[in-house]
Design a protein around this ligand. Structure first.
Ligand SMILES: Cc1cc2nc3c(=O)[nH]c(=O)nc-3n(C[C@H](O)[C@H](O)[C@H](O)COP(=O)(O)O)c2cc1C
Length: 367
């Protein structure tokens, strides 16, 4: 029986524990949280999908001021959906019409027709390769062979996000080094890239992880619904080589969560999460608040990613200013009501203690 901490992920990354702190986009990541988790012996990760190339370089330097341990940086390979990188007048009018009652309620004007542009992945990834974190994790697609080769030659381990067995298989065929098998329980965006809008492909972590482990030879990192040692021991027993934990780390005070968001994760509201396109145009799991519920019937009328988020932006800013949790997207996974800890070191220590109790008992034969 080998010790549960000795896995292909801990060996390949040179980390002490098979615990990855999930990356958070949209200001949710901080250099402090990333470095704290890496210093504790896990892999801290920074979500940089909305960052400019300059900011990617800067944040990597900031993290290195706080740790000399391996850490990961995360980008989204596809930065917009078809028709999502611009807005035609008809879509703009239709969505503004749907949102007008909410603009009025919060006392803000609809934005003028946004002419924003989606981030350029090639520019971002060039900066990331220059920054050379130990790990480049990516979701919503597969980088080109040139990019994966450039990472390999710089010693950057590539970790691709899969939400189905098929996605894990194509990531392996493309030459990724590891795969995150992410069940639909997970907080934040559903990172599917083969059939993103097909509900028949929604898989839970318990079914997904063993099937991915059977299908690919790559190290598998399980994500979605894991918030304590029970979930971690279960994931390792199902064939995962590490876990990626998002919501429980996001609740810790070192994350970039707003106070409103963090406090809600410790309250009864955290029991109800749902997948919605309302806030950005792509499916994401968050607290299933009034806005998500009321917009459900209109989902097919919304703009695509990220144009939808440009139209929603004034609502988001106003709702946060006014403390209106009913009208802003607040990502959280189904594990939200399992969240107990407000400090990353306490969460980390309890994960290790509880997993030890379950997997290191003299009667345990699972690992
Ligand atoms: C607020 C928030 C933002 C997230 N942003 C990203 C992101 O930018 N990139 C990514 O790969 N995963 C992102 N995720 C997913 C997490 O990294 C992690 O895989 C997921 O939360 C694991 O499931 P759990 O929430 O059940 O622990 C985000 C999750 C949350 C809660």
């Amino acid at each position: 029986m080998s010790k549960w901490t000795d896995t292909s992920v801990t060996r390949n990354l040179g980390i002490a524990y098979p615990i990855v702190q999930g990356p958070f986009g949209r200001g949710g990541s901080t250099a402090l949280l990333t470095a704290t988790v890496s210093n504790l012996g896990g892999l801290g990760s920074f979500g940089a999908n909305e960052f400019s190339p300059q900011d990617i370089l800067k944040v990597a330097a900031d993290i290195r001021k706080l740790t000399d341990k391996p850490f990961g940086m995360n980008l989204w390979v596809s930065t917009y959906d078809s028709n999502g990188d611009s807005l035609d007048q008809e879509t703009y009018d239709r969505v503004v019409n749907l949102l007008t009652p909410y603009y009025r309620e919060l006392g803000v004007n609809p934005p003028p027709k946004p002419s924003g542009t989606a981030r350029n992945f090639d520019d971002q990834v060039a900066a990331l390769i220059e920054a050379a974190p130990a790990v480049f994790s990516f979701v919503f697609g597969i980088p080109s062979p040139e990019i994966l080769r450039a990472c390999r030659s710089k010693g950057i381990v590539t970790v691709g996000g899969a939400s189905t067995v098929e996605e894990a298989a194509v990531l392996e065929d493309a030459g990724a080094d590891m795969v995150v098998a992410s069940g639909m329980e997970a907080g934040g965006h559903r990172t599917s890239f083969l059939k993103p809008y097909d509900s028949a492909t929604l898989m839970g972590t318990f079914a997904l992880v063993p099937q991915v482990a059977d299908r690919v030879r790559l190290p598998v990192i399980a994500a979605g619904g894991i918030a304590d040692g029970r979930g971690m021991a279960a994931a390792l027993t199902l064939g995962a080589d590490a876990v990626q934990i998002g919501t429980a780390f996001f609740a810790c005070e070192e994350s970039g969560a707003t106070k409103l968001h963090r406090d809600l994760l410790f309250r009864a509201e955290a029991r109800h999460t749902g997948l919605t396109r309302t806030f950005t145009g792509r499916y994401a799991r968050g607290l299933y608040n009034r806005f998500a519920q009321e917009m459900k019937a209109n989902e097919s009328l919304l703009a695509m990613y990220p144009a939808q988020s440009w139209i929603v932006a004034p609502l988001r800013t106003a709702a946060l200013e006014q403390g209106r949790a009913d009208l802003v997207g607040l990502w959280a996974g189904q594990s939200a009501s399992l969240v107990r800890h407000r400090k990353a070191d306490e969460l980390f220590a309890s994960l290790i203690r509880e997993t030890n109790e379950l997997l290191e008992s003299p009667f345990s034969t699972t690992i």
